[in-house]
Design a protein around this ligand. Structure first.
Ligand code: HEM
Length: 131
């Protein structure tokens, strides 16, 4: 199969759906998602809006990833570490690479890397530690 670049919403949808199918089955981090998300259809729609906005400038994402992840971190007693974020990222890179190739696909990987650092540091900032 000749790989193309991510160029429309259907591509983003394919990427997001394939990735979260894998996330849900992942032994190490799947339960964070499975125990939190009850309505997967609307979650996948929201995540498609998020990546559509990040990659193709759709500007239709309504959400707050920083607040959402602080809540997730609280819910799981601050046990999420860089290891879990690493697992997320490796799965994201693998999925992007398997499905697409090109400039936008590269941006999808770069943005995720950058965003994961921000999200993790933000979670850490809100933990009740003496720092
Ligand atoms: C181990 C790492 C991660 C875990 C365990 C995790 C977990 C979750 C969970 C459980 C939710 C649903 C929250 C809810 O509906 O209450 C969520 C939402 C979300 N996550 Fe993550 N996430 C991780 C990493 C990332 C990364 C690296 C990104 C982006 C590159 C990301 C982007 C998002 C977005 C956009 C939402 C929707 C936020 C909203 O509802 O406004 N996540 N995450």
């Amino acid at each position: 199969m000749i790989k193309k670049d991510i160029s429309n919403r259907a591509d983003v949808e394919l990427l997001v759906n394939t990735f979260y199918d894998r996330i849900r089955q992942n032994e190490k981090i799947g339960f964070y998602f499975n125990e939190t998300i009850s309505d997967w259809d609307s979650h996948l729609e929201k995540l498609t809006d998020f990546w559509d906005t990040q990659l193709l400038n759709a500007r239709n994402f309504k959400g707050n990833p920083r607040t959402a992840h602080i809540k997730v971190d609280n819910r799981f007693n601050h046990e999420i570490t860089t290891k879990e974020f690493g697992e997320w990222l490796n799965l994201w890179f693998k999925t992007v690479n398997e499905l697409f190739k090109g400039e936008v696909a590269q941006t999808a990987k770069d943005r995720a890397r950058k965003m994961s650092t921000h999200l993790f540091m933000n979670m850490y900032r809100y933990r009740k530690v003496d720092a």
